[in-house]
Design a protein around this ligand. Structure first.
Ligand SMILES: [Zn+2]
Length: 170
């Protein structure tokens, strides 16, 4: 279930992903927003830093120091690719209520991961998760990246489930 506001915010995240693509970087973009305010936006920067995912860059900029946000603020993370284990774990750790992502990551996506049993800190904070918003737009950016990249990981067939989803039928 998504809203017109979600569509608009995912549009901003896709613009971030396009900026990454222009720079030759794997095109993931992310936005943090409340229902009436954009808190920050970012994209993946360099291919060789495995911690500089779009979401992590954004978390560092918005949740730096003594941030004023609480779980009740209704903050949503918008990202153009289903988060990995690092980004999804950080999403759960921060006071965020919703995750809206665009394309699923059949290789490393962790949005379906649940803690069993959840430790006390996480027992009352199950986030809402929505996938597939503007999937085709996000997928088209990944297709352009895979066509153009000469990074050995991708050329040699890395993340095969993800590559198959990008190249496969819509
Ligand atoms: Zn990540």
């Amino acid at each position: 279930m998504h809203t017109p506001h979600d569509e608009e915010m995912m549009g901003l995240a896709l613009a971030e992903a396009s900026a990454a693509l222009q720079a030759g970087v794997f095109p993931v973009g992310a936005v943090l927003a409340t229902p009436d305010r954009v808190l920050g936006r970012s994209h993946k920067h360099m291919g060789s830093n495995h911690l500089a995912h779009a979401e992590m860059n954004l978390f560092h900029s918005v949740f730096n120091g003594d941030y004023p946000f609480q779980r009740g603020d209704g903050i949503t993370l918008y990202t153009t690719l289903e988060p990995c284990v690092m980004c999804f774990g950080t999403f759960l750790h921060l006071p965020l209520q919703r995750l809206v992502f665009s394309m699923e990551d059949a290789y490393g996506g962790c949005a379906g991961t649940r803690m069993h049993p959840a430790p006390p800190r996480h027992q009352h904070s199950a986030p809402q998760i929505v996938g597939g918003l503007h999937r085709n737009e996000s997928r088209a950016l990944f297709a352009r990246f895979l066509q153009a990249t000469d990074e050995p990981f991708w050329v040699n067939g890395g993340a095969p489930e993800f590559q198959a989803a990008v190249r496969g039928p819509v």
